[in-house]
Design a protein around this ligand. Structure first.
Ligand code: PMP
Length: 308
């Protein structure tokens, strides 16, 4: 939604000016209440803070609407079930609150961080003694990567930190415990790369720290399967669907770094990053070192999808 200031120079001269975004105060939702950024606070005894005990989603707002809202909420409910967190409201109520939060914050294009914490408890792990899970919705702006990287492609490095073993903490749970990814991200940044590749406990390609990974080889699209221990990205699924519609053969399978080094093209997907080309891994140039035709085609198809 765009906000306008109606200014009247003379009784017959009405002009509409767009209000600068800074003039609109951000309203953060906590358990049904709307609070300013400074007043939006939760207890220091919340196990979301104490132990990373909670779950979250990151979603995009396009044209004032939440992209793939149902899919995000289904994934949130799955994460909740996986950690035995009883959601304090129904999926329909949360969907309606999310839409209302977007409306109040007036973002036509933006990002939503939805968080559900375990709630307040004692200074001990026991989640069963926690009460009052906090449902938090932050609708804000996001710009993860500069345009230059969409035009020319990202450089990746393989992190030595492997992705969480699925039997320890399944990467399919989008939990507040993101230290695994944070440590790998740190390695990437220290090596001068904005994203880092994470392998799984078998040495296979899993995903990047906040994005799923695809390669193109001889016209076929390939991406690690869920069994590789990845987050099943909403953008990943949208891109797989778009590829099928474009009659691009798509395989979900086990990949190694060799497959990336020898691929024709590589790109990453995520709600924040959307579709972004990757042109280098561990100093090796992928394909001809520029965003390839399949990447460009799928990026355009994704842009058209989110605008539709
Ligand atoms: N993998 C990880 C580890 C992520 O955190 C994310 C989300 N940032 C993704 C993949 C991409 O998922 P989605 O397309 O649903 O944003």
């Amino acid at each position: 939604m765009t906000f306008f200031l109606l200014s009247i120079d003379t009784p017959t001269n009405l002009t509409l000016q767009r209000l600068p975004d800074q003039l609109m105060s951000q309203q953060i939702y906590i358990n049904g209440e709307y609070l300013s950024k400074d007043d939006a606070k939760i207890s220091v005894y919340d196990h979301g803070l104490l132990y990373g005990d909670g779950i979250f989603e990151g979603m995009r707002i396009y044209g004032g609407k939440v992209f793939r809202l149902n899919e995000h909420l289904d994934r949130l409910w799955e994460s909740a079930a996986a950690i035995s967190l009883k959601m304090p409201l129904t999926i329909e109520a949360l969907a309606s609150d999310l839409n209302e939060c977007v409306r109040r914050n007036g973002h036509d294009e933006g990002y939503i961080r939805l968080i559900v914490t375990r709630g307040s408890g004692e200074l001990g792990l026991d989640p069963f003694r926690c009460s009052n899970p906090q449902v938090i919705i932050i609708a804000d702006k996001i710009s993860l990567y500069p345009q230059e990287l969409y035009d020319n492609g990202l450089e990746l490095v393989t992190a030595s930190t492997i992705r969480n073993h699925p039997a320890a903490l399944s990467p399919r749970v989008k939990s507040l415990n993101y230290l695994n990814n944070v440590l790998a991200k740190m390695e990437g940044l220290q090596a001068g790369c904005k994203e880092a590749l994470m392998l799984n406990h078998l040495g296979q390609v899993a995903e990047c720290t906040g994005d799923n990974l695809f390669i193109v080889k001889s016209g076929r699209l390939m991406t690690p399967s869920k069994e590789a221990g990845i987050l099943e990205g909403i953008t990943r699924n949208a891109v797989i669907q778009l590829a099928k519609e474009a009659e691009i053969e798509t395989l979900e399978l086990a990949l190694t770094r060799h497959d990336i080094y020898t691929a024709d093209e590589c790109f990453l997907t995520g709600s924040a990053a959307e579709v972004i080309p990757a042109v280098k891994l561990d100093g090796r140039i992928i394909g001809n070192g520029t965003p390839g035709p399949v990447t460009v085609k799928l990026n355009e198809a994704f842009r058209a999808l989110v605008r539709s």
